[in-house]
Design a protein around this ligand. Structure first.
Ligand SMILES: Cc1cc2nc3c(=O)[nH]c(=O)nc-3n(C[C@H](O)[C@H](O)[C@H](O)COP(=O)(O)O)c2cc1C
Length: 273
């Protein structure tokens, strides 16, 4: 299957070590960089750069919380040294920053050997004490109908004979993510849930980078007894939803190539004490 993009277009570009990035990348890469940079990250003209240059807004300056909770020495992040990181030229950062969920998927899916390789890669997820508190369950074919039935049972939905809950049929392949915490005096359960969620996010990204479409879905009934039973969860385990996986439809690939979805302003995610 074809990928979302030609990754060679990124490999051709050099990683810059200095603060100023020379504009000498050739052809397609330059086009991609120009397009993505103008929409996603422009250190000189992006909205957050403008905000920084303008200083605090009147609201921020007069906010009593800002004045009472922040000590006088508090400066916020120091952006005076420009970054040498290039989220467009670096293929990993580019994949992270352009990833998106695909809700309507074509039927082709990765095979189980592909899944094994991808899971091998994401098992590097940060994991306190290496407890490996996560696992995935493959759901294909009629197992999706069994999942629909379990969701119906959990929601006390009664259908006419022959009707089924079609929600799990929105993709040919679902991967259930299970957080599987262990008793450990040094690693509370929430940390192990964080590791499991990290494995889910890494796998979403790994699938995306391998050319597949993914959407993480859950719902109010995810951990209802009937659904837990179907997945054979142990008492302490938590079902964290399902990755719906398939091929990215061609029409959507073309839209992706001209995407203008901006990334949010990073300043909202970064501060100092
Ligand atoms: C744990 C988890 C559960 C989610 N469950 C649902 C869901 O049930 N339905 C849904 O529409 N989106 C769900 N989402 C959000 C989508 O996966 C997706 O992130 C969202 O639509 C935004 O699209 P984007 O990933 O392209 O930014 C869930 C995300 C996470 C991390």
């Amino acid at each position: 299957m074809s990928k979302h993009k030609d990754s060679s277009e990124h490999r051709g570009s050099k990683k810059h070590s200095g603060a100023k990035k020379p504009k000498k990348d050739d052809g397609a890469c330059e086009v991609t960089k120009g397009r993505v940079r103008s929409h996603f990250l422009d250190g000189e003209t992006g909205p957050w750069a403008k905000k920084l240059a303008a200083g605090p807004t009147t609201d921020e300056a007069s906010d009593p919380d800002e004045q009472t909770l922040r000590p006088a020495h508090r400066q916020g992040p120091d952006y005076s040294v420009p970054s040498s990181i290039d989220i467009v030229a670096d293929p990993v950062l580019h994949a992270i920053s352009t990833r998106r969920s695909i809700s309507k998927l074509d039927p082709e899916t990765p095979n189980d050997s592909d899944l094994r390789e991808l899971i091998h890669a994401v098992s590097s997820v940060a994991d306190h004490k290496g407890l490996k508190p996560w696992r995935f369950i493959i759901i294909r074919g009629d197992d999706r109908i069994r999942l629909g039935k379990a969701l119906d049972d959990a929601g006390e939905v009664h259908r006419k004979a022959g009707e089924i809950n079609a929600k799990p049929l929105r993709a040919e392949l679902l991967l259930a993510l299970v957080a599987s915490p262990q008793d450990n005096p040094k690693v509370p359960e929430w940390e192990q849930h964080a590791t499991a969620a990290g494995a889910g996010h890494l796998l979403e990204l790994a699938l995306w980078q391998a050319g597949w479409g993914v959407m993480w879905r859950s719902g109010n009934l995810t951990n209802a007894p009937a659904v837990r039973r179907l997945h054979r969860l142990k008492d302490k385990e938590l079902l964290m939803g399902w990755l719906y996986i398939g091929a990215v439809p061609e029409r959507y690939r073309q839209r992706l190539a001209h995407s203008t979805r901006p990334l949010p302003d990073p300043d909202q995610f970064l501060d100092t004490l």
